[in-house]
Write a new protein. Sequence first.
Length: 294
Amino acid sequence: LRTRATLTGLLAILIWSTLAILGVIIGDMPPLQLVAMAFSAVFVMTVVIWAVRGETPWQHFRQPARAWALGIGGLFGYHLLYFIGIQNAPPADANLINYLWPVLIVLFSTLLPAHAGVGALRWFHIAGAGLGFLGTGLIVTGGTGLAFNPDHLPGYAAAVAAALAWSSYSVLSRRFAHISTNAVGSFCGATALLAWLAHLALETTVWPATPGGWLAVLAIGLGPVGSAFFLWDHAVKQGDLRVVGASAYAAPMLSTLLLVVFGFTDPTWTLAIACALIAGGGLLAARDMIAGRG
């Protein structure tokens, strides 16, 4: 059961890797509007599934206040802080800071009580996550390094807060393992509403210019913003948090490889080295699982 749940987390990471190429298809759209549209799509899809099952949305909305705070803070809070970060600092800098969240998941998992069933943190979990972060750094920067500027401190702070928001959401979800994954649909509905309000207050609406753009928005709602969050919820509640966290660095790697395959970017030796670091880190972090231990 634990291994199967961990693999659902890896499937969520695989689905997240399609986000960049779908974003290219959509073109220029305000980020909060995209979040609002995508979460609206997944919420409508979830309500339809509930209706087919003979369930009412109300039964899934009736969750403890702490679960609501965690769900909204994770889904809406993370996206809001992430976009604030990349808009107020160089995107490469902010994006790399944001990608501290997989390492933080590995480290924060040690704070969970023993009955959460996470297990001991071993050296290879930390080393695997560290290799993944190094590889992601190569992808984000192109191997050219970063030039942190104090003038962009608000953006850096927002990116750090985004990393803390998503890693905390992922780890603390373990304490709500008794709550059905169906609750994620309710959190998606609330996130869609808040994202629409934030978009209307902060952005100018830009609708997709082509049918392909509309289909890409729908695909994001059904995939990277839809099914991926349900799979992730199951993984962080029942799977190996250390392996799931360290393996999350596969998302930027696979995302970049998809851009290469479809001709949106060129392959480089830097990318090849980054892929080797991320793949090696993921295998190292999953050493116990691969060997059939733990």
